[in-house]
Design a protein around this ligand. Structure first.
Ligand SMILES: Cc1cc2nc3c(=O)[nH]c(=O)nc-3n(C[C@H](O)[C@H](O)[C@H](O)COP(=O)(O)OP(=O)(O)OC[C@H]3O[C@@H](n4cnc5c(N)ncnc54)[C@H](O)[C@@H]3O)c2cc1C
Length: 462
């Protein structure tokens, strides 16, 4: 059996692991921290704008388990906030254990606190193993790098405002390492205004209990609260720094926008001094989680060159996914690129041609569009997401954006790729309520998904 080694357990690595195991491989996932999901531990927004279309495409293509799991953990469904429609917000506390169990139930072997620091090559174009911090070498047939693009701390210090003790916890678990670079392939670094390197994460998290009861109740009821900022507090420069171009709109610096991501509250601003925050109504006792008021993690410093099958240029057996594979922002984007990398890692050894998703699907178009755009130096400042900015405009122009389930299903079916990541069996599981004869607890995925679909399409949920 083919041995696939996935490095990095964020949404991209999790998705790649699932696709590879469903394609028939043995999969080992190496994660440097003690938890999966990476930046996804501080995220939560799904299905906003074009992410809805992409999520439904991915399900129809057969790798929808993670979308279903996120739906199942969503406490807020079909909410709107400036520039964003029909979003859902997963609970950032309960999400990780659910994904961990899902992967383990599917047979993915996970090793935590296993930070890869080097690669061992057997020829110019082939890797035979990766080396962990303690010196152990882990061998494999094919490797998938899904290490993200944030950190290490030196990058946050040099190009940002210093380590913000973010959710990636570099001080505890050690820095991210670019494995493609270690294998001899130069990274491409994203820039922001004035040719500075990287961009700041566009949101940070507050402790929910530190909000005044009235504000907390309002947030839990509506999912979103918008608090206008006094004019003297407005810092328009923040818009140029954001990784998330979909939130680079004046609304997001003229207001504090809070979203209910369960145990923690998502504040849609890269950073805001605590003293300032505490002058606002309801936030008098506000406390940060995973971050500090003066900084945030710096991302997009380490993109590997790749083809549209997600294979790293110049290496035969290294694939990449998520932020490592492009200037992609988002969980859904990581799941999509992870799916392609996972399937192709197996195909590359079994002799089947590698899959490039067609551009008639948003999932394929995003991957191809981002790659083609790199020819232009301006692209280093761009970020790509189904949720907004340039790529969402493109989706609308090409009439690819839709929330109509039947249209999406027909579009995928027309490509002949229905269930390509999974085969018919898995596809059935993700489109009906799950029955589980293994005795383990069943995810309430069907309910939430149907509630979401019904809410968006205006049907009554029963
Ligand atoms: C604060 C914040 C909020 C966000 N909010 C949202 C949101 O609400 N909705 C949304 O769609 N997107 C959001 N995003 C963006 C989104 O989280 C990311 O684009 C996406 O999750 C990236 O996934 P990834 O798997 O590519 O990388 P990451 O999430 O960075 O995961 C990489 C993983 O690799 C591991 N790793 C790194 N190096 C090594 C190594 N050498 N050995 C082993 N493991 C290693 C890391 O520990 C990590 O777990 C947010 C991002 C941030 C930072």
């Amino acid at each position: 059996m083919t041995d696939i080694v996935v490095i990095g357990g964020g949404w991209a690595g999790c998705s790649a692991s699932l696709a590879a195991i469903k394609a028939g491989a043995e999969v080992l996932l190496l994660e440097r921290t003690d938890m999966l999901l990476g930046c996804g531990l501080a995220g939560g927004i799904m299905r906003n704008n074009g992410r809805y279309t992409a999520a439904e495409e991915l399900k129809r293509l057969g790798n929808g388990e993670l979308i279903d799991a996120a739906d199942a953990c969503s406490l807020q469904v079909n909410i709107s906030f400036p520039g964003h429609e029909h979003a859902s917000l997963y609970d950032t506390v309960s999400m990780e254990p659910v994904v961990r169990r899902l992967l383990q139930d599917m047979g993915v072997k996970i090793r935590f606190e296993s930070r890869v620091t080097e690669v061992v090559k057997c020829s110019e174009r082939r890797i035979e193993g990766v080396v962990l911090t303690e010196g152990e070498t882990v061998a494999g047939d094919v490797f998938i790098e899904a290490t993200g693009s944030a950190g290490p701390m030196s990058n946050c210090a040099r190009h940002g405002n210093g380590c913000s003790m973010c959710v990636l916890r570099c001080p505890s678990f050690g820095p991210r390492v670019s494995l493609s670079l270690a294998a001899g392939v130069a990274d491409i670094a994203g820039t922001r205004k004035n040719e500075q390197y990287g961009s700041f994460s566009g949101s940070c998290e507050l402790n929910k209990n530190s909000l005044k009861a009235e504000l907390r109740n309002q947030l839990e009821k509506k999912g979103v609260v918008v608090i206008p900022l006094p004019e003297s507090y407005v810092n328009l420069d923040l818009l140029q720094m954001k990784a998330c171009h979909q939130y680079a709109r004046p609304d997001y610096v003229r207001n504090i926008i809070l979203l209910d991501t369960g145990g923690r509250v998502k504040m849609m601003m890269p950073f805001c001094p605590l003293e300032l925050l505490r002058t606002l109504p309801g936030l008098e006792y506000a406390t940060y989680e995973h971050s500090r008021g003066g900084g945030n993690s710096l991302r997009f410093l380490s993109r590997a060159p790749r083809d549209n099958a997600m294979r790293v240029t110049g290496l035969d057996n290294l694939f990449c996914a998520g932020e490592k594979a492009g200037f992609f922002v988002g969980h859904t984007e990581a799941m999509v690129t992870g799916s392609v990398a996972g399937l192709n890692s197996v195909r590359s050894v079994t002799g089947k041609p590698c899959l490039e998703l067609p551009t008639s699907l948003v999932c394929g178009d995003l991957i191809a569009f981002e790659n083609a755009a790199l020819a232009d130096r301006q692209a280093l400042q761009k970020r790509y997401t189904f949720a907004g900015g340039e790529y969402f405009d493109r989706m609308a122009e090409l009439e690819l954006y839709t929330t109509d389930h039947d249209t999406i299903v027909k579009r995928v079916d027309k490509t002949g790729l229905t269930g390509v990541f999974a085969g018919a069996k898995i596809l059935t599981q993700t489109t009906t309520s799950q029955s589980d004869d293994t005795g383990s607890e069943t995810l309430p995925q069907g309910d939430v998904r149907h509630r979401h679909l019904a809410a968006v399409s205006g049907q009554k949920f029963i």
